[in-house]
Design a protein around this ligand. Structure first.
Ligand code: ASP
Length: 342
């Protein structure tokens, strides 16, 4: 080999190594979802468990298809959440829980990390997919949040599907309200009542090929909530947050997530203290919230592709999907869910 050829080989090897290193650093599109904390083994039949796992897998696959097609993180998040909202298993959209007065009042929010654009809706009673209305608020209004009738008027204007409120009525949720009302009449301890009241809020986080993060959350809130009550899910920074480096969707006793600005608090720890997704999530979900008397869980995704799935309840419907397109799902605390890179 003459000197020139030798040098060319060295250069090619170096540039090959640089390309490999760059490829290794390029973010792998990822989607992480939850279907709510507070799930209890005793309260779930084998059939319900099977249906929930199937719905989580379907939401992951459909959301991931958006990422594979090169669409942004926001598209993957709204797609996955729409699938979960349409499934009566979860407390969002179709399967929303009932208020004290026997209505369904739905909340949702969506946020994009890189631009910090956000959209949210609260207390809507006729919007089939509240996450699509949150998206419309973000994309087609000058506002971040709309509530109640005004939000529904905006939905009509934007062509976001409206349904009769009876669309949200499911027997299972109605019976949950009846039990909650009975417990309340019997004067059962506040803490006991409340733990049984939050199930199945849904959320999704995505990291797209451009390295942008997005977060979304959708819920019917808490069974037996009073008129006009708004929880953390649609409040930017409490139940939903995305910035350049971190995205969070929470699920749990919303009042505590509001009082700790939980979703923002987790991402602030990633951004300012360099905490990992798991560590930041643990500090807020397993330490700060229980210390105040609250409970629940969250999903956390960083721009580095780290995932955190903290919760302090018996279970949390959860899952993720990455480059290989295989959905990974789990429900209970004792299930091992392998994360990317493990
Ligand atoms: N965080 C929701 C709320 O308080 C409920 C839940 O996540 O189950 O409205």
């Amino acid at each position: 080999m003459n000197l020139r050829l030798g040098m060319l080989c060295v250069l090619l090897t170096i540039s090959g190594a640089a390309a490999a290193a760059a490829a290794a650093k390029e973010p792998q599109p990822l989607l992480v979802i939850h279907g709510g904390a507070g799930v209890q083994r005793a309260g779930l039949s084998a059939e319900e468990e099977r249906a929930a796992r199937e719905a989580l897998r379907s939401a992951l696959l459909q959301g991931h298809a958006e990422l594979k097609a090169g669409r942004p993180a926001l598209a993957a998040v709204t797609r996955a959440i729409t699938v979960l909202e349409d499934d009566p298993t979860f407390n969002a959209g179709r399967g929303a829980v009932f208020t004290h007065d026997g209505r369904n009042e739905l909340d949702a929010a969506l946020m994009e990390g890189a631009t910090r654009r956000a959209g949210a809706v609260a207390g809507v009673q006729r919007v089939r997919n509240p996450i699509l209305l949150a998206q419309a608020v973000m994309a087609h209004s000058a506002h971040v949040m709309m509530v109640g009738q005004g939000a529904e008027a905006f939905a009509a204007e934007q062509g976001v599907a409206l349904v009769d409120p009876s669309y949200f009525r499911t027997e299972k949720r109605w019976q949950q309200l009846q039990r909650a009302l009975q417990e309340e009449r019997a004067g059962q301890a506040h803490a006991e009542l409340e733990t049984a009241r939050h199930f199945g809020t849904v959320g999704a986080l995505a990291l797209d090929a451009a390295g942008t993060l997005a977060a979304g959350t959708s819920t019917g809130g808490m069974t037996n909530k009073r008129y006009g009550r708004v929880g953390d899910s649609p409040i930017i920074g409490a139940g939903t947050w995305a910035d350049e480096g971190c995205a969070v969707s929470g699920t749990g006793w919303g009042e505590y997530y509001l009082r700790t600005a939980a979703a923002h608090e987790i991402c602030a720890r990633v951004r300012l203290a360099g905490a990992s997704a798991a560590q930041a999530g643990r500090e807020v979900i397993n330490e700060m919230i229980p210390a105040l008397g609250g409970d629940g869980g969250a999903i956390v995704l960083t721009a580095k592709g780290e995932i955190g799935l903290p919760f302090n309840t018996e279970g949390m419907y959860r899952g993720w999907i990455g480059a290989d397109g295989v959905p990974h799902v789990a429900i209970f605390a004792d299930e091992v869910l392998q994360l990317p890179g493990q």
